[in-house]
Design a binder for this molecule. Structure first.
Ligand SMILES: NC(=O)c1ccc[n+]([C@@H]2O[C@H](COP(=O)([O-])OP(=O)(O)OC[C@H]3O[C@@H](n4cnc5c(N)ncnc54)[C@H](O)[C@@H]3O)[C@@H](O)[C@H]2O)c1
Ligand SMILES: [Zn+2]
Length: 405
């Protein structure tokens, strides 16, 4: 650290600029936020300026409109009509493309920015996003850079967005073929996790988000991992209290790591919440996003867990529990594109390690596991051992040798 330096270089005049900015924002867990009698959204907007009327622009995930509650737009209209003195909706809700499509390239980001500009959203107005993690990432990014940051409220509507991405401080879009290449750190104004949104989520996405719960349990909370093992059946049946608990606990652990982990804006190289993610991000791009983020994360977790065993860090029986839990939750732990090769014949996945290092900056830092609930950072990956781990995934979870290719 340079903080102790009193001079620099050849004795040039040196003044340290130093300040701290405290951040806080409410994360609410609730039901029926758009019920006209609910004041949750209004209170979440006005915790700094009680009782004022707020100018809002709202973006909604098109996939949620198609597959979710068909009367969502009516609900929003009724809600706004019930609170004319508190909320000034400057336009009809704007539907934006769903899933990774909205994050691919700058086109959709520009459209959102144009709307923010067109409707004269200023730094005391609100951009509200309702949708999955991808929509929240893109709308959050546009909000963060319009006027250098307008107030942004997230209403996450997937398990993954409620238990992980929506409660965090990052946003991004994918550029140059690199996942999350362009983005910012920008804490939202408020986050409202309304459990009712999850009800319309397709099974695939309802399961996919659980990968982040397995991940955070493995690095921070062994007891939570045990709980998921005991409640695997409840979770796959979407038993309500189990699903609510897993979302809430996972969100809480992510929030604790970001708020109290000492590096909310990821200036150092350590990235514990990215356990399993170097491979996941690469696999998402190799498969052209045919895998959900959570599905890729499950494979990434399995790979780095097996690698932890091969390096002698983790007992094989602990790793077996991880594989059993992931499979029990319904994840496939193998994908043929794990063996995709680049033009030079090298593994595309393993080349992703270098991209991950570039993304982090500085030293390569990969999170591994030494016990369930305890993570370890390593700064080197043995390519040969990682290939062994890949082959192990193929042999254990891939197609049977006699199956047709
Ligand atoms: N910013 C972060 O810190 C962070 C962290 C983790 C993940 N992410 C990002 O989050 C994204 C993944 O988010 P995701 O898993 O929420 O998937 P997603 O946003 O891709 O949504 C998946 C699908 O579900 C639909 N959908 C959303 N809510 C619905 C509902 N309630 N009912 C029916 N359909 C609904 C969407 O339209 C989409 O088709 C990835 O881009 C990932 O990189 C960001
Ligand atoms: Zn993730």
């Amino acid at each position: 650290m340079g903080l102790e330096l009193e001079t620099i270089g050849d004795g040039s005049d040196l003044v340290w600029q130093r300040f701290e900015v405290p951040y806080e924002f409410p994360v609410v867990f609730c039901d029926n936020v758009l019920d006209p009698t609910s004041t949750t959204l209004l209170d979440a907007m006005s915790y700094r300026e009680p009782d004022s009327c707020h100018k809002c622009l709202l973006f909604v995930d098109a996939g949620l409109l198609e597959n979710g509650s068909s009367d969502l737009l009516d609900q929003i209209a009724t809600f706004c009509a019930a609170h004319p003195n508190r909320i000034d909706m400057v336009a009809h809700p704007i539907a934006v493309p769903s899933g990774e499509a909205i994050k691919t390239g700058p086109e959709h980001l520009e459209k959102i920015q144009n709307d923010i500009h067109k409707y004269r959203i200023d730094r005391h107005s609100y951009v509200i996003a309702i949708g999955g993690g991808a929509v929240l990432d893109a709308v959050g990014y546009a909000s963060a850079i319009a006027h250098r940051g307008v107030r942004h409220i997230r209403l996450p509507t997937t398990v993954l967005a409620q238990n992980d991405s929506g409660v965090g401080v990052k946003n991004a879009i994918n550029l140059h073929g690199v996942k999350n290449y362009s983005g910012t750190f920008a804490p939202p104004w408020a986050v409202i996790n309304d459990y009712q949104f999850i009800r319309s989520l397709p099974t695939r996405d309802r399961i996919a988000g659980l990968a982040e719960a397995v991940k955070v349990a493995m690095i921070r909370d062994g007891a939570f991992f045990d709980w998921m093992e005991t409640h695997t059946g409840d979770l796959t049946r979407f038993e309500e209290s189990a699903e609510r608990y897993v979302i809430r606990r996972c969100a809480e652990l992510h929030m604790r790591q970001i708020g109290q982990g000492g590096d909310p804006f990821e200036r150092g190289s350590a990235r514990p919440l990215d356990f399993g993610h170097w491979a996941a991000h690469k696999l998402e791009s190799i498969t052209r996003n045919t895998l959900r983020h959570g599905e890729a994360v499950a494979i990434g977790i399995a790979l780095d867990t097996r690698y932890s065993v091969l390096t002698g860090l983790l007992d094989a029986d602990q790793a077996d529990r991880v594989m059993t839990l992931l499979e029990g939750l319904g994840f496939s732990l193998y994908h043929p594109d794990l063996f995709a090769e680049g033009p030079d014949g090298r593994s595309r996945l393993i080349a992703g390690l270098e991209e991950f290092r570039e993304h982090l900056g500085g030293e390569l830092t990969i999170t591994l596991i030494s016990r369930l609930g305890i993570d370890v950072e390593v700064h080197e990956i043995d390519d040969a051992l990682m290939l062994q781990a890949l082959h192990w995934l193929k042999d254990s979870f891939g197609p049977l040798p006699h199956a047709a290719e």
